[in-house]
Design a protein around this ligand. Structure first.
Ligand code: CDP
Length: 229
């Protein structure tokens, strides 16, 4: 009698890191859709926690308070069938609120706290262990999944990154000046790259892609070809 052997399909992890406005999340979302993988927006987790900290009036200089808050906060990321994602903070849909400029102003202060990062890393690894997925963030290839199957570092000229983020915010109805977007990106680039714990940096084995002159579709195609040569 033939015996059935169950072979578990290997879960694949694709890590996409880089600074704000380099196209990471749009590219990661489309790539995940094309690969039929789960998309995990790790920045959304830091943003959701920042929203809760602002609502509770926490002092962003108090890392211990932020760590305590992280431990007792539930954050869920849902992939919807139309490709969009929903971010739930203790069960409340905060998908739009977390993109607002006041969250961007404080999110890097939340994300630089080692205790907060430790908590998020555990959760991100847990999410990534459930299915093949594309994760985007700042430290996916260096800290969260150092053994990811493919790692990419997306970058673009600073001016172009500001232009893209300004356009995106305007399209989403946010009233924000080019100058304020420039300051936000510069501030976050500085904090994210200089923090002690898991700073934004390219993993040694990541493929560097400068998207300055590239379209979203063109970028997704390139990543797809690296993954499926
Ligand atoms: O979309 P955008 O590039 O503006 O940022 P995001 O991916 O939503 O991340 C927001 C912030 O969260 C970043 O500026 C980092 O401070 C932090 N972050 C992080 O430290 N590590 C990650 N893996 C993802 C985000």
């Amino acid at each position: 009698m033939a015996s059935k052997i169950k072979v578990k399909a290997k879960k694949i992890i694709i890590a996409i890191d880089g600074p704000a406005g380099a196209g990471k999340s749009t590219v990661a979302k489309l790539l995940a859709k094309r690969m039929r993988f789960l998309y995990i927006d790790t920045g959304a987790m830091y943003r959701a926690l920042t929203l809760k900290a602002i609502r509770q009036g926490l002092d962003f200089a108090q890392g211990r308070q932020l760590t305590g808050l992280a431990k007792k906060t539930r954050i869920d990321l849902e992939n919807k069938s139309d490709g969009a994602i929903r971010v739930l903070l203790d069960g409340e849909d905060v998908s739009l609120d977390i993109r607002k400029p006041n969250i961007s102003s404080f999110v890097s202060d939340t994300a630089k706290v080692p205790g907060v990062r430790k908590e998020m890393l555990i959760r991100q690894r847990e999410l990534g262990s459930k299915a093949s997925c594309v994760l985007d963030g700042r430290d996916i290839g260096t800290a969260v999944f150092p053994n990811a199957d493919k790692k990419f570092f997306l970058d673009a000229d600073f001016k172009e990154r500001v232009r893209r983020r300004h356009k995106e915010l305007k399209e989403n109805g946010q009233d924000i000046s080019w100058e304020d977007v420039r300051k936000d990106l510069q501030n976050r680039d500085t904090i994210d790259s200089s923090r002690k714990c898991a700073p934004l940096k390219q993993a040694k084995d990541a493929i560097y892609i400068d998207t300055t002159k590239m379209t979203i579709e063109g970028t997704v195609d390139i990543l797809y070809k690296w993954i499926n040569p």
